[in-house]
Design a protein around this ligand. Structure first.
Ligand SMILES: O=c1ccn([C@@H]2O[C@H](COP(=O)(O)O)[C@@H](O)[C@H]2O)c(=O)[nH]1
Length: 269
């Protein structure tokens, strides 16, 4: 079964398209977890326990784990999420020349991180993504129109054909989708672009970040982010730090925040 089939099953099981972003910023982890061996893992475990029943997927961002303890925390996190039957999408935005990309793609292996899907950067072109695309069982989520304010700087540049670069990326991703394992990242902070990309690729699921802390458009995220009901709308800080001021009970608020987002998104499904 490929990633999007597994994701479709999970969405149906929990009636949710929420992706819970696991970005355990060490500066924001509750004090009482700070003296644990692996504070990020201790934090994530509590967040997973509190939110998994509302989570279509967990999305750890690699930036929060890129040190020796971090990799261990990430491996524990992935295994624990899988134990709850939740797919894990690693937001790593990887790509490089083929020889190097092959090493990056080992993150997908069980003796790497064993994640179900990964975000990749299309800037280096098709061959840089081939080691990911060829993994028919794994999701490959290509950056298309990102949610940050500077996302327009390059991605909106107009090509000779008159189309903006992000539209060309969407069209190319469609060509790269021979294994039905390609998705696109399109931010909720760019609702018009979301609509335009959806017109270009009616069948490709999106990962839509930017609701919550970035203030993106939740309705557009659902309306255009889902392809045949499949896609993910991510919130990270808005869920995992919802209980930041509640000390040891921080996870209750995270669970409530995930449930609230699920309900809000479900109004538009
Ligand atoms: O265009 C993009 C691509 C990735 N992200 C990532 O998603 C989460 C969003 O976190 P919030 O706390 O909900 O803002 C984070 O990991 C980003 O690096 C994105 O925001 N936009």
């Amino acid at each position: 079964m490929n990633f999007f089939d597994r994701l479709a099953d999970r969405i149906a099981t929990v009636d949710s398209v929420v992706s819970v972003g696991l970005d355990p910023d060490p500066a924001r982890i509750p004090d009482h977890l700070a003296d644990r061996d692996l504070p990020r893992w201790a934090f994530n475990r509590r967040i997973i326990d509190a939110t998994h029943e509302h989570a279509a997927a967990f999305k750890p961002n690699a930036a929060f784990y890129e040190d020796p303890d971090g990799w261990t925390a990430l491996r524990e996190t992935v295994a624990y999420a899988h134990g709850k039957d939740v797919p894990v999408l690693l937001d790593a935005k990887r790509a490089d020349i083929g020889n190097t990309a092959r090493q990056y793609a080992e993150l997908l292996d069980d003796d790497g991180m064993g994640v179900d899907a990964i975000t990749v950067n299309p800037y280096l072109g098709r061959d840089s993504l081939e080691p990911f695309l060829s993994r028919a069982d794994k999701g490959v989520i290509v950056l298309c129109r990102t949610s940050n304010p500077g996302g327009a700087d390059l991605q909106d540049l107009e090509l000779e054909s008159g189309e903006p670069l992000y539209e060309r990326v969407a069209a190319m991703a469609d060509l790269w989708n021979g294994n039905d394992n390609v998705g696109l990242v399109v931010g909720a902070t760019a609702p018009e672009e979301l609509e335009e990309v959806r017109e270009i690729v009616p069948d490709i699921p999106f990962l839509v970040p930017g609701v919550g802390a970035q203030g993106g458009d939740a309705e557009a995220a659902v309306e255009y982010g889902l392809a045949d009901g499949v896609g993910l709308v991510n919130s990270s800080r808005g869920i995992i730090f919802a209980g930041e001021d509640q000390g040891e009970n921080f996870d209750d608020a995270a669970g409530q925040a995930a449930k609230r987002l699920k309900k809000r998104l479900n109004r538009y499904r």
